[in-house]
Design a binder for this molecule. Structure first.
Ligand SMILES: NC(=O)c1ccc[n+]([C@@H]2O[C@H](COP(=O)([O-])OP(=O)(O)OC[C@H]3O[C@@H](n4cnc5c(N)ncnc54)[C@H](OP(=O)(O)O)[C@@H]3O)[C@@H](O)[C@H]2O)c1
Length: 329
């Protein structure tokens, strides 16, 4: 298994390498790929030193799988070039997510849609992945009608530049800004760029991606995405209205039995999900389950996950594992 990690020097790329190592992904040859700025740089994986190469050299090496986390423009330009030489690309950017010819995959939910012909596969947005992981069993049982989500997203979701901005602010150093305002001691209702309809791109990803993942357009999602000064881990307040009524203890049982989901829900012991618990974990944590008392069949919940793990690297590598296990590469 020859595998290329494109964007290996970035925040997601670094976690990709960690997860590949932890899960003992069967690699025979590893290609570490980044921009021209990093070509020649040395990196280690499983105590072995590797030299970072450029994209053209990586295509020429014809890997079986290329996992991409190098931004949308790089994916738009280079994923088709890999696909042309027979490589299966799993892409973390937003470039291909809503392309009707590409699958948008959360393995626990819809990996069975994948075939040998899928040469570019999209990984959903980090905030979407953790939300649909918790909603999947409930949608199946009660049929979602409408979801209202507000996010509390960490600076690591923006990349290295934003983490540096927060670190600089804490240390009192003036440096490069990833955001238009300070992020320390602040909350920015502004994740990704604004669109013509007044929503941000991040909010529209949350609104559009779930229907594609569930292959169901009968429910709607509206979102407000907020950046807060946490180092890692996204949190979400989710209000979900179902077609059918539910029993809160059934909801708890269902979530606690869902693979990849951990229930942390006990107000007597102050047990609820928080970014500091989710850090470096692959699971999605759910708690603060309560009935919305203002309208029927409606649930409030709080969902937290490590955006660099299940929100990015872990989900991508699970897709790659599925491809291998099912002989699809
Ligand atoms: N952070 C998250 O929570 C998260 C979650 C899901 C998806 N994503 C997506 O994953 C991607 C990377 O995010 P990140 O947070 O890891 O960003 P990052 O820390 O800024 O890293 C970007 C990576 O892409 C490489 N790169 C940039 N331009 C390139 C080019 N023209 N050709 C080849 N490589 C290039 C960089 O290489 P150099 O070091 O050489 O510049 C670096 O390895 C983005 O598309 C992002 O939307 C991020």
């Amino acid at each position: 298994m020859k595998i290329a990690v494109v964007g290996a020097t970035g925040m997601v790329g670094e976690v990709m390498l960690k997860v590949l190592e932890e899960r003992n992904f069967p690699i025979t040859e590893l290609l570490l790929v980044a921009s021209e700025r990093s070509v020649g740089k040395k990196m280690t994986f499983k105590n072995k030193e590797y030299t970072v190469i450029g994209l053209a050299d990586a295509v020429a090496a014809r890997p079986q799988i290329a996992i991409f986390s190098a931004g949308g423009d790089t994916s738009l330009e280079w994923a088709p070039k890999f696909a042309e030489v027979g490589t299966t690309v799993v892409d973390n950017s937003s470039a291909w997510r809503m392309d009707p010819t590409k699958k948008l995959v959360v393995p626990e939910i819809n990996a069975q849609e994948l075939t040998k012909d899928d040469k570019i596969i999209a990984n959903p947005n980090c905030s979407t992945i953790q939300m649909v992981m918790a909603l999947a069993p409930l949608h199946k049982a009660y049929q979602m009608k409408r979801v209202v989500v507000s996010t509390y997203q960490s600076v690591s979701g923006t990349g290295v530049k934003a983490v540096k901005q927060l670190e600089n602010e804490i240390a009192g150093i003036e440096g490069e800004m990833a955001y238009p305002y300070p992020i320390g001691k602040n909350a920015l209702p502004h994740c990704d760029v604004f669109m013509e309809n007044g929503y941000t791109k991040e909010e529209m990803k949350l609104a559009r991606e779930p229907q594609k993942i569930f292959n169901d357009s009968t429910f709607s999602v509206t979102a407000t995405a907020v950046r807060i000064p946490t180092a890692g881990g996204h949190s979400e307040s989710v209000n979900v209205e179902f077609e059918n009524d539910f029993d809160l203890s059934d909801v708890r049982n269902m979530l606690s039995e869902t693979p990849g989901v951990v229930l942390q829900d006990n107000t007597e012991t102050n047990t609820y999900p928080m970014p500091i618990y989710a850090h470096d974990k692959d699971e999605v944590f759910v708690g603060r389950l309560r009935r919305d008392e203002t309208q029927p069949n409606t649930l409030n919940m709080w969902i937290v996950a490590d955006n660099l793990r299940k929100g990015a690297a872990t989900n991508t590598i699970q897709i790659a594992e599925y491809l291998l296990e099912n002989d699809l590469v």
